[in-house]
Ligand binder design. Structure first.
Ligand code: PLP
Length: 374
């Protein structure tokens, strides 16, 4: 693939990076190297050894960007599998009520931790829930709280949650799928025991992810088979995906996103100045710099998304399900913002986004809202 094809800015503007990011040229290039050779890293011959070398180099690159040891990192098919793998090892799960379905659907019996009106986990409620278990029961408990929310971008107090989990001697998992490459997180300092990431949110292909597990913690293999990944995840490794993931991780650094904060904030200011009824969900909380979740009172999200698409901007409702239909959001409901259901759009920028994209989209939202809202 030529770089010009990947970098083209003509045509519609893509502002749905929290759903998936376009493939980065660095990732495409690294993938081509792996795809152009027979690549089973378990083979003993020279091709296999070359594949193994690529795999372990990629593992080290991703481990470095997560500030963890490479040997504790297991490759999976993505965030969903990584989350399921972690959760499968625990009898009792305490999960925030705004977790992704890849957590909530994987443990339907989870005890839900309340969040405030911004979607930030209530430490008091977590403390209350933890205190209701005996010391004996605590050995089988996992607390699962995402680093940042996919619908609102709201960042959770990971440090404080880690400290609480340590005090109560329970394990702590954070789904870092949206935060990876945007927030600096060090599992050792943040007292995290499990961390999950996914390639396609940072400009690698879909179908590759990883899970990190602190030494001494259990990690259940979900797949029976050849015992790859130190027996933690059977199946021939997705070498091209892994190499693409590593190349994307190398360039997706939090510092390269910071400039987007002012672009996003300017766009939000423009919108709320011209359309004072529009509200920014999670506005007073810490948020990922690329995400803006807009409540458009009186305008159906489905209508807004289609109209913006016609105007040349691809955005989404944070709560679109796999069929693309806008569903009522459990995240908004948990935040006590049921009033906003079905009238929220999510704007999310990424590595190819420009200031002009945010500006143009803000103008399109203003025009649309003035025309259509009732
Ligand atoms: N966790 C979060 C917070 C997500 O946003 C997503 C995807 O949207 C996932 C998990 C699932 O990741 P994947 O698509 O790699 O399975």
């Amino acid at each position: 693939m030529r770089e010009s094809q990947l970098m083209s800015t003509a045509g519609p503007v893509y502002m749905d990076y929290n759903a998936t990011a376009p493939l980065r040229p660095e990732a495409a290039e690294a993938m081509m190297v792996a795809l152009n050779q027979p690549a089973n890293p378990s083979s003993v011959h020279q091709f296999g050894r070359a594949a193994r070398a690529l795999l372990e180099t990629a593992r080290k690159t991703i481990a470095d960007s997560l500030n963890v040891q490479p040997s504790a990192l297991t490759f999976t098919s993505g965030g969903t599998e990584s989350n399921n793998m972690v959760l499968a090892g625990f009898r009792t799960v305490l999960a925030s009520s705004v977790e992704h379905e890849a957590v909530l659907a994987a443990c339907p019996d989870a005890h839900l931790i309340n969040v405030d009106e911004n979607g930030v986990v209530s430490l008091r409620h977590l403390e209350f829930l933890l205190s209701s278990f005996s010391d004996q029961d605590k050995a089988g408990i996992l607390v699962s709280v995402m680093a940042a929310n996919n619908e609102t971008g709201v960042i959770q107090p990971i440090d404080d949650i880690g400290i609480l989990c340590r005090q109560h001697k329970v394990a702590f998992h954070t789904d870092m799928v949206q935060a990876f490459g945007k927030l600096e997180i060090t599992p050792e300092d943040n007292l995290i025991d499990y961390l999950t990431v996914s390639g396609h949110k940072i400009g690698a292909p879909a179908g590759i992810g990883a899970v990190w597990c602190r030494a001494g913690r259990p990690l259940n293999s979900l797949l029976a088979g050849g015992g790859q990944e130190q027996g933690r995840r059977s199946g021939t490794e997705n070498l091209s995906g892994i190499c693409g993931f590593a190349a994307a991780a190398q360039v997706a650094q939090p510092s390269t996103f910071e400039h987007m904060r002012s672009w996003r904030d300017e766009a939000e200011q423009m919108i709320t100045l011209h359309c004072p009824k529009i509200q920014i969900i999670g506005a007073t909380a810490s948020r990922l710099v690329n995400t803006s979740c807009l409540f458009l009172p009186g305008l159906a999200a489905q209508t807004a998304i289609m109209a913006l698409d016609l105007a040349g901007f691809a955005v989404s409702s944070g709560s679109a399900c796999s069929s693309g239909k806008v569903t009522s959001s459990h995240v908004l409901a948990a935040m006590g913002r049921g009033d906003a259901a079905g009238q929220v759009i999510r704007i999310s920028g990424g590595w190819r986004t420009t200031r002009q994209d945010f500006y143009g989209l803000a103008q399109a939202v203003i025009d649309l809202y003035k025309r259509k809202a009732n």
